[in-house]
Design a protein around this ligand. Structure first.
Ligand code: UFG
Length: 341
């Protein structure tokens, strides 16, 4: 299939691009490189650098060529930042997605895959697995912006027949098991890459936010899903889109506390991880764990890297090999080739 991927230079997007290419699909990427890295995209695929606020540019790409599927990852994604800049997040994420969805709909794209989020469930405390049909209660403008986009896709289906999959990711983590790609955010706010950097001595010490949550050890519980498993799920859902639109939770179905993640990092690295308690981080729900039975049942997908140790191991390997991430590569595009050396 001929696939157009927005945000293909970002963490999840680049792993999906790799998965699509490995499965034999043709891929082109759109990215403004505001948070993504050119080195995360293979040299030999087409790359368009522009912002999706530019409706004319996106329309041209969709009008000039026929695409079998469009996958949309490009977005602002820092939950905390969205609490400080709510209208910026709502505007940027919604308008860029609307530009893309409209261009797809009017140019006859029939399949669309959307990177949604479990953050649209974070507004309510839950102590059991979150079912696919759970009521949406976003805990941040970031989560809300993703829900608005899901709604736009409902209308694109009803009025233009553009089928879509909205995949509500839980906590994407880990790195490409072949070592081609990894997680690199500036600033980094996620637990696993911060813990990995700390255990490797790239940061001084890890703060664990909150020890008084109503969980088994007082720390928050999250559902970590390996980014390669996420990528695989995208490829599976594309096949369903000939018939109907779908919305799925996408997680492991396994919850780990923050302390269990600390222990996994120590176990896998064989080193002591220096950490301290810090107060609760605003907006963190106690527990977010997916009931992902629907996507498993309907697509046959199941996670291959569900063990927290494997997730941590791949993140650790990536960081050991690239302690400065993508930025310090001499030639940005050498990364894909580096595994051949
Ligand atoms: N945490 C720490 N110390 C840190 C960083 C994080 O204790 O330095 C804790 C957080 O408080 C939370 C847990 O680790 O309890 C996980 O936090 P992350 O920042 O790694 O991830 P979040 O669960 O906050 O958010 C992620 C994505 C969201 C997505 C959500 C869905 O960033 O986009 O998962 O579950 F919506």
């Amino acid at each position: 299939m001929k696939c157009l991927v927005t945000g293909g230079a970002g963490y999840v997007g680049s792993h999906v691009v790799a998965g699509l290419l490995d499965a034999g699909h043709e891929v082109a990427v759109i990215d403004n490189l505001s948070t993504g890295y050119r080195a995360a995209i293979p040299n030999d695929i087409r790359f368009f650098q522009f912002d999706l606020l530019d409706a004319e540019a996106i329309n041209q790409i969709l009008a000039n060529e026929k695409w079998d599927v469009v996958l949309h990852f490009a977005a602002l994604s820092l939950v905390n930042e969205s609490m400080c800049k709510p209208f910026y997040y709502l505007r940027q994420n919604y308008i860029t997605a609307l530009n893309l969805i409209e261009a797809c709909a009017i140019n006859g794209v029939k399949r669309f895959v959307f990177s949604s989020t479990a953050a649209l469930f974070g507004g309510k405390e839950r102590f059991s697995l979150i079912p696919d049909d759970a009521r949406v209660e976003a805990s941040s403008p970031y989560g809300e912006s993703k829900f608005l986009i899901e709604r736009a896709l409902v209308w694109a289906d009803q009025i233009y027949g553009m089928r879509s999959a909205s995949l509500r990711y839980f906590n994407a983590a880990g790195a490409d098991p072949l070592g081609r790609l990894g997680e690199e955010h500036t600033p980094e706010t996620h637990l696993i890459p911060l813990a990995v950097d700390t255990v490797l001595g790239l940061r001084r010490n890890l703060k664990i936010f909150g020890n008084d949550y109503p969980t088994r050890d007082g720390t928050c519980i999250r559902d970590y899903i390996h980014v390669t498993d996420l990528a695989e799920a995208h490829i599976r859902v594309i096949e369903l889109l000939d018939h109907r639109s779908v919305t799925y939770n996408l997680g492991n179905g396994l919850g780990f506390t923050n302390m269990e993640v600390v222990q996994a990092v120590e176990r896998v690295s064989g080193r002591k991880l220096p950490w301290d308690w810090a107060p609760r981080r605003k907006g963190d729900p106690s527990m977010l764990v997916a009931d992902s039975t629907l996507i498993r049942w309907e697509t046959g997908w199941s996670p291959r890297y569900s063990s927290i140790d494997v997730i941590v191991e791949t993140a650790l390997q990536w960081r050991k090999k690239h302690p400065h991430g993508y930025e310090k590569l001499v030639n940005e595009c050498d990364l894909y080739n580096s595994i051949l050396i």
